[in-house]
Write a protein that binds this ligand. Structure first.
Ligand code: NAG
Length: 280
């Protein structure tokens, strides 16, 4: 099965498409290059959370007295600004939360898997400057969550290998959670052209993200050489045919079946951090 898994991972390079392709956003041009109103900031914040898929999960370690932050995979599965994540029982973040720590998520432009194609264009952003780009901190609570099949598929499309630690896997105790956002601190970039400050939760939760521009396919590390894309496509097609010959299913079908096989049952987790009554 190791070979099958390797094939699956290779085949899934085509899943890097990420978010549904949008068209170039007229609104961004209309608003111009800067903004200082909180309503636009709320839209930029929702755009950032929707496009990216890695967050620093910040918790407080009561044993040492230090705040600690570790990267976690998330996906804005419901496109509602509240990240869906897989919590691993043995992780120090999970232990800190279980010990009573509050939790927050920090997300910035560029927080996605290598090779994922994500629109880096934001209003008020200074090109090629991290300090001049949006980032935010979400404070809130984790609740247990039961994602739908298509939400799990979306999660795997952003994080291919995460299927290995879906609930029910033989290695790690894990369970699905959703981060219910209670407050937002937002830094849009440099203060002369972007909003910096709090965004009211209600405004954030009801804001409409800006559409994404379609990002051309380009392999990691390439410098605009279009041949890379077609080579990747060819490899993907060869892997598909090999997978069908060996296992009788395409990698897509195999992936879909695997998602269904790994049923999550939060009730059985020994490392629950959240109250069952909160389940949505
Ligand atoms: C968690 O945050 C709340 C504010 O939302 C605060 O009242 C509480 O004291 C914090 N808990 C800890 C353990 O610091």
């Amino acid at each position: 099965m190791k070979f099958a898994t390797a094939l699956l991972l290779l085949a899934n390079t085509r899943y890097i498409a990420g978010l549904p392709a949008g068209c170039y956003d007229q609104n961004i041009e209309e608003i111009g290059h800067g903004y200082h109103d909180v309503e636009t900031a709320a839209r930029v914040a929702r755009t950032l959370v929707s496009r990216e898929s890695l967050a620093n999960l910040n918790t407080y370690d009561t044993n040492t007295g230090y705040p600690v932050g570790f990267v976690e995979y998330y996906a804005d599965c419901q496109q509602d600004g509240e990240p869906v994540m897989l919590m691993i029982g043995i992780s120090s973040s999970n232990k800190n939360i279980a010990a009573g720590s509050n939790a927050s998520l920090t997300i910035r432009v560029g927080d996605h898997q290598p090779g994922d194609r994500v629109d880096p264009h934001y209003i008020g952003k200074v090109p090629h400057s991290v300090a001049g780009s949006p980032r935010l901190n979400l404070k809130g609570q984790f609740i247990n969550y039961k994602p739908t099949h298509s939400e799990k598929e979306y999660f795997v499309s952003r994080h291919h290998e995460a299927i290995s630690w879906f609930p029910g896997n033989p290695i790690h105790d894990s369970y699905w959670v959703k981060f219910k956002v209670e407050s937002i601190y937002f830094v849009g970039g440099f203060g002369d052209r972007a909003y910096i400050g709090e965004i009211p939760a209600e405004m954030y939760l009801t804001a409409k993200p800006f559409p994404s521009r379609k990002i051309p396919r380009r392999s990691i590390g390439s410098h605009g050489n279009d041949n890379h894309g077609s080579i990747a496509d060819s490899i993907s097609s060869i892997v598909d045919r090999l997978h069908i010959a060996l296992f009788g299913t395409s990698p897509d079908e195999y992936l879909s079946e695997s998602i269904d096989q790994k049923h999550d049952d939060p009730q059985t987790s020994e490392h629950m951090i959240v109250d069952q009554t909160n389940e949505v």
